[in-house]
Design a protein around this ligand. Structure first.
Ligand SMILES: [Fe+2]
Ligand SMILES: [Fe+2]
Length: 155
């Protein structure tokens, strides 16, 4: 494989990891929005339900892009944690959103390097929604949005 092919394969593999995280997010939001208990959490429960739909839309867009690039979209989600505590569920979601944002930022750089500008636009819109999800979750937890984690190999 030449450099271009290798970079394209890396982009496809990265998008498939993103897709696995989108599936994880769909499952988590479907589950948590229905099982979360407590009067003080009813507003965020509705919000989580909305997130579930947005994550499905992200998954469809990412799968379409993987197919367009010649890859095959994964069918396997990242594992989903469960808890009976509302706070834990919101924290799991927040942690995952931050990791997701870090990965999408990297993916945008990769797509840019390959001149895949339409993909960049799609990823930018998705990452904007992920940031909104993180804000909703942090607000429900009564905290500021934490820093975006560093990925392996990043300064
Ligand atoms: Fe998403
Ligand atoms: Fe999200």
């Amino acid at each position: 494989m030449n450099d271009d092919q290798e970079n394209k394969q890396q982009l496809i593999d990265g998008l498939n990891a993103d897709l696995a995280r989108e599936y994880q997010a769909i499952i988590a939001y479907v589950n948590y929005s229905q099982v979360i208990k407590g009067a003080e959490y009813m507003t965020i429960a509705k919000e989580l339900e909305k997130h579930a739909g947005e994550e499905l839309s992200h998954a469809l867009q990412i799968a379409k892009q993987i197919d367009y690039l010649g890859g095959s979209p994964t069918v396997t989600p990242e594992p989903v944690k469960t808890s009976k505590k509302a706070k834990d569920m919101l924290q799991f979601d927040l942690d995952n959103e931050l990791v997701t944002i870090a990965h999408y930022r990297r993916r945008i750089r990769q797509a840019e390097m390959l001149g895949e500008y339409a993909l960049c636009e799609i990823l930018r819109e998705i990452v904007t929604q992920e940031q909104e999800h993180a804000i909703d979750l942090a607000t429900a937890l009564g905290i500021d949005v934490p820093a975006i984690p560093k990925l392996d190999g990043e300064e």
